[in-house]
Each structure stands twice: as C-alpha cells, then as structure tokens.
Design a protein around this ligand. Sequence first.
Ligand SMILES: NC(=O)c1ccc[n+]([C@@H]2O[C@H](COP(=O)([O-])OP(=O)(O)OC[C@H]3O[C@@H](n4cnc5c(N)ncnc54)[C@H](OP(=O)(O)O)[C@@H]3O)[C@@H](O)[C@H]2O)c1
Length: 129
Amino acid sequence: MKEHIPGEIIRKQMAIVDEQTEERLDQLLQSFLKDFKERNLQENGWPKNLSAYTASKVAVSTYTRILAEKYPTSCINCVRPGFAKTDINFNTGIVSVEEGAKGPVMLALLPGGIPTGLFYEQTNPSTFE
Ligand SMILES: NC(=O)c1ccc[n+]([C@@H]2O[C@H](COP(=O)([O-])OP(=O)(O)OC[C@H]3O[C@@H](n4cnc5c(N)ncnc54)[C@H](OP(=O)(O)O)[C@@H]3O)[C@@H](O)[C@H]2O)c1
C-alpha cells in the first residue's frame, strides 16, 4: 500500500480492520472527495497520479477485509487481473482478456471453506502491502 498511498495517516487508517473500519473508510473516502474538489490531494497524502483510481482500489482491498471479517462463512476476496487488454487501457494491456479473467473466474468457482479476505495477484494469493 505504501507505494500507492503516500500519506502515512491514511495508510494506517486503511490497514487496521476492526468494527470501526467501515465508518472510517467511508470518512476517508469523503475526505478524498473533499481534497479532490479543493485540489488538496498531494498536501493531504493522496496519490498524485491516477488518484481516484488508486484510492478506489485501496478502498476495495480494505473493504474486502471488512466484509471477510463480517461474514466469516463466506469467501470474500479481491483480485488483480494483470495488465489485460481491455477498454480501460485502450487495449494496451499485455495479457489477453482470457488470461485476465482466470483469477476472477477461479475465485468465483472455488468450493466453500477456502481462505477469505485475501488479495490475489491473478491466480496467486498476495499481500495487501
Ligand atoms: N485491464 C487491466 O489491466 C486491469 C488491471 C487491474 C485492475 N483492473 C480492474 O478490473 C476491473 C475490470 O476492468 P476491465 O479491464 O474489464 O475494464 P473494462 O473493459 O473497461 O470494463 C469495465 C466495465 O465496467 C463497467 N462500468 C464502467 N463504469 C461503470 C459504472 N459507472 N457503472 C457500472 N458499470 C460501469 C463497464 O460497462 P460498459 O461496458 O457498459 O461501459 C465495463 O463493463 C476494473 O475494476 C479495473 O480497474 C483491470
């Protein structure tokens, strides 16, 4: 997370997952919107480039962990598909759509009882660091 969110306070607040995290995450995203509108992103520790995209992805990772804690009998994970050739990058990705879909499809089809609250790099479990 350190390479994506420069602000230490924001990073720390997103890293702890407890019963207050959902509310704290919502407040953090509201503060992102405020800083975005007021053009204060960099001063307040948000990323300079692709700020909304990056903040949303870090939030999804945190939210994955919140949901996994909240619903321990479900399998709730998030996944990065790799740099896949799709509309989002004007087809400049380096892996095919089929390759990119492998991770999400694999996670969707795994049987119950698998690890939950994880971040996957394509088909491999990774860390939220
Ligand atoms: N491709 C990559 O290299 C890459 C890498 C890392 C992460 N990801 C993530 O993987 C996910 C899928 O990306 P992709 O590569 O498949 O991108 P994509 O081909 O551009 O597809 C994005 C999808 O999101 C839908 N969408 C966009 N804005 C929406 C909105 N406001 N409300 C509802 N649906 C909306 C689009 O619907 P329409 O087709 O109707 O517009 C489209 O189906 C994204 O979260 C992306 O950030 C992708």
